[in-house]
Design a protein around this ligand. Structure first.
Ligand code: FE2
Ligand code: FE2
Length: 276
């Protein structure tokens, strides 16, 4: 995807000093513990919705759980690397932001147990909530508007990827899966769980290497991150952090994977928490 936007200099985030805080190539056949780094997750988000509950027994949640089973089984380091290489070429479609929002409205996010609004409503409501709460942070409003645009990966023109390769939570690959991940039990059938190079706490990474250097599972977050970077965005690093990690729930709910953080990640985490 190539994004057509006017390249204006967006204002830098004003952090308060004392705030605590690919086209499938035929090769594919197919918790909640909320406290860390001084942050407590509230019961409802800023739009008045409760946070996702993946663990009740409704039919809806059973199909969501099946999606997580497929995702956790199929998202390997090699898979994500291949998708990054393919989609990093940004040669699928050239489309403007609003047109992309409209395209997004045709899709359903099968991972979401409780969001009844359409994708376009979600984009606009998130952006308006950001504008309401942080009127001076214009970069945050735009980030909110575009954060889910990568879900166009579900559309045929973007490769028509299966839901498990687009939505659901994201998580690091190349190191052991942390039990704070939603439906952790399904990682047992992921080949990486039995790969000694990838199944230790540090895996292939050095302590404090920074999340930028970590291979994340493939999905809409990672794709939009590649799109924004590949289009030489003027959005600040905090925005890219939100775009890349907004489905990485253990990151801001439990502080798991802390050993991978850089100093910049710790600073950016505050904005991700605000965004959620
Ligand atoms: Fe998302
Ligand atoms: Fe979203």
């Amino acid at each position: 995807m190539v994004v057509l936007i006017e390249q204006s200099e967006l204002t830098r985030p004003q952090a308060e000093e004392n705030n605590d805080d690919l086209v499938l190539d035929g090769g594919f056949s197919l918790l909640k513990s909320p406290s860390h780094v001084g942050f407590t997750v509230p019961d409802i988000n800023s739009y008045g919705h409760s946070f996702r509950n993946y663990y009740d027994e409704s039919e809806r949640n059973k199909s969501v759980e099946e999606l997580y089973r497929q995702q956790h089984t199929n998202q390997t380091y090699e898979f994500a690397k291949k998708m990054r290489e393919e989609y990093g070429k940004l040669n699928k479609v050239e489309v403007g932001i609003w047109e992309c929002c409209e395209m997004l409205d045709k899709i359903v996010d099968a991972s979401d147990p409780d969001l009844e609004e359409s994708q376009i409503q979600h984009a606009l409501q998130t952006a308006e909530a950001a504008r309401n709460d942080y009127p001076n942070e214009d970069w945050l409003h735009l980030t909110a508007l575009i954060h889910d645009l990568g879900k166009v990966l579900l559309l045929p023109s973007f490769g028509g990827l299966p839901q498990w390769a687009v939505v659901g939570d994201s998580f690091p690959l190349g190191c052991a899966f942390h039990e704070a991940n939603t439906h952790f039990k399904y990682f047992k059938d992921n080949p990486d769980s039995n790969n000694p190079a990838y199944n230790t706490k540090k895996g292939i990474y050095d302590e404090g290497c920074g999340l930028d250097n970590v291979m994340m599972s493939w999905g809409h977050d990672e794709y939009m991150y590649l799109v924004t970077k590949g289009n030489n965005t003027t959005l600040p690093s905090e925005a890219l952090f939100i775009i890349r990690y907004h489905s990485f729930h253990p990151l801001y709910q439990t502080g798991a994977y802390k050993h991978l953080y850089s100093e910049e990640d710790v600073k950016n985490l505050k904005w991700l928490e605000i965004f959620q």
